[in-house]
Ligand binder design. Structure first.
Ligand code: PEP
Ligand code: MN
Length: 352
């Protein structure tokens, strides 16, 4: 059995965003006693968006984590962003490493880390790159595998956008990890709802959605005093909240009949894609409603023939590029556009 497959689902990784002090780690670890925790996570080198912020305690924190491991018996995971981090992590008996979203975007950097891993047997998790590029994510995973690492897992932490919608810090774009699963059927894929949502209150619902889709585990930022956290304060939950969340989460059965595993796998992927399509249609109609309100305010007609022709042409062309029949796309968009006009007409007339 490989490292990540030993545990029952969901594989749980939790711990603070950053290691701040021994006391903070200790209190957090203490609160997590009794949880089915597979890995205690903590960042010791923090990739910060802008200079001048807390950048992690470095080697000092590795010594604290070693104490946490000895006292509580938890296995420890940290982020590595440089080849030198690998050597230091090994010096302090760290059990598992992950490559962060800001490192996964850079093939040179991933290759440096992969080179440093050659000849070493340590499990590695690869977070998705910040931009929604499944090939880049795949490339980072392949570089690690090519270094001889056999225990590899992926972590879906969402994708950054200029302006976040639906209240999330990073967009989940679920279709991307689903595609990654299609490409690597055996690769464990975990979800990090903390960095997707950016808000403690939303972590539970995204964690459940991940399990519904079929993710193998969760990475959840947990801090003894989230409000006082030096990094990612808004999204961390307390150990007590993590206990409550784990008790509430429903793990779906994957009852796959043994006679046709391939068919079952394809069906599950089709279901996931359909769920994504429905989410997108709902989002599309929300946008239509907003456009309808603006058109009303500006005394414009809901139906604009030129715009409709442009929509139809571009969608048919885009579909054609992906080998989709133009008539099929045209028929589908006729239905979407009809519904959009209906939604727009439902918008109230503004007060005069
Ligand atoms: C983290 O896990 O604290 C972190 C920095 O994550 P990411 O690389 O996903 O931003
Ligand atoms: Mn974080």
């Amino acid at each position: 059995m490989s490292f990540f497959h030993q545990a029952p689902k969901p594989y749980l990784i939790a711990g603070p965003c950053s290691a701040e002090s021994l006391e903070q780690l200790w209190q957090t670890a203490e609160g997590m006693k009794g949880l089915p925790l597979q890995l205690f996570r903590a960042g010791v080198w923090k990739p910060r968006t802008r200079p001048g912020s807390f950048e992690g305690k470095g080697e000092e924190a590795l010594a604290w984590l070693q104490q946490i491991k000895q006292h509580f018996g938890y296995k420890i995971a940290i982020e590595v962003a440089e080849a030198e981090h690998v050597a230091l992590a090994l010096k302090y008996g760290i059990d598992c490493l992950w490559i962060g979203a800001r490192t996964a975007v850079n093939p040179f950097q991933v290759q440096h880390i992969a080179d440093a891993l050659k000849g070493i047997a340590i499990p590695i998790m690869v977070k998705n790159p910040v931009n929604p590029d499944v090939d880049l994510w795949q490339g980072a995973i392949e570089r690690i595998m090519a270094a001889g690492i056999t225990d590899v897992a992926a972590v879906h932490r969402g994708f950054s956008t200029y302006k976040s919608s639906n209240n999330f810090r990073n967009q989940p774009n679920w279709i991307i990890p689903i595609e990654l699963r299609r490409r690597f059927a055996q690769l464990p894929i975990f979800c990090d709802p903390s960095h997707i949502t950016g808000q403690a209150a939303l972590v539970g619902q995204v964690a459940q959605k991940a399990l519904d889709i079929g993710f193998d585990g969760l990475m959840i930022e947990t801090h003894c005093q989230p409000k006082e956290a030096w990094t990612d304060a808004a999204q961390q939950i307390t150990p007590q909240e993590l206990h409550a969340l784990m008790a509430q989460l429903e793990v779906r059965k994957t009852s796959v009949p043994t006679h046709n595993l391939v068919l079952e796998d394809l069906r599950q992927t089709a279901d996931n894609i359909d769920a994504e399509i429905i989410d997108l249609l709902a989002k599309r109609m929300e946008i239509s409603a907003q456009m309808g309100a603006i058109k009303r305010q500006n005394n414009l007609t809901a139906y604009q023939p030129e715009r409709w022709r442009e929509i139809l042409d571009t969608r048919c062309q885009q579909g054609h590029l992906q080998a989709l029949d133009k008539q099929y796309i045209a028929a589908l968009w006729q239905i979407i556009h009809d519904e959009s006009i209906k939604k727009q007409l439902e918008q109230a007339v503004p007060n005069k």
